[in-house]
Design a protein. Sequence first.
Length: 292
Amino acid sequence: MARTRGLMNQQARWGAFLGLTLVLAVGACDSGEPAAKASVCPIPTSPPAGAAAPAGQAPGGGGVEVVDHGFTQLFNEKTGGLSTGASVSLGALLRNTSGQVAYRTQVTLRIKDAAGRDAAHPWSVRNLILEIPVIHPGEQVAVGDRAGVRDDIDQFHAYDKVTKFDVELGSATWMPAESAAMFPSITTTFRSLEQKNSVSTVRYTAATTACRATVFRGMAAVFLNKSGHVTGGLLGTQPELEQCGTTGHEGSFSDIVPAPEGIDEGKTVVSEYCDVARPEGGVYRPSGAPFN
C-alpha cells in the first residue's frame, strides 16, 4: 500500500513539472518575440534583370566613362634582323559616374596602324572583347590586356606598327542604387610587380563584402608612368582558390610579356572581376562573346 502511494506521488510531481513546462512554452509563443531567423544572403544566383542601355548612358544621367587609356608596343629579341615576336600592352581605367550599378559592361579594345587598319593579329581579336561584371556608382576599375600584332602586311613579315588604341564601350545592364547589396564590393590593393624572363607577375590583396562565393571572371592590372598616364596593362584569367570568395586574400596573376618601361610601380591599379552568375554559354560561347 505504501509502495502504491509512493508511485502516485511521483506521478503527480511529473504531471506538475510537465504542466509548468507547457505553460512556459505557451507563454513564450504569446510574448510576441520573433523567432530567430537565419540571415539570407542577398546575392542572386542568376543574372538579375535590369534596364539594358549603352554603358555610357545610364538611366537618370551619367554612365561609364574612360578616364584614361594607353598602350606600349613590345618587341622581343631580333633574329636575322627580323623581330621574332611583337605584342602590345593595353590598359584603361573606367569609372561609373552614375548613381546606378553597371552590370556586365561590354568593352572592346581596338588597335590600329597609321593607315587606319586593324593591327591586331587574328588570333588576338577575340581576347580583346571583355565584360566587366560589376561597376558600383563612383567606382573605378582597371581594364588590362595584350594583343599580338599582325605580320601579313609587310613582304618580309615585319610586325605592323601600332599608332592608335581605342576603348569602345558597348551595352550594360543598369540596376538602381538600392540593389547594390546584390553585388559584393571587392577592394583590391596592389602589392608588388615581379618581372623575370619576360614574365610579369602582379601581387595584390583583396577584401570583399560577399556573403557567398561568386564567379571569377578575371583579373586586370593597369600600369601608369611617373606622370600618372596609363601606358599598358595585364589580364589574368586563371583563377586561384581564394578569388571571389567570402574572405580577404592575397593573390597574384602573371602574363608572358614584360611590363612597359618607365612605369611607376606604386601607381599600378588592380581589379578583380567577380560575377553573381556564370556567363551564358559557359566554355562554348559564340563568336563575338566576351573572352572572359
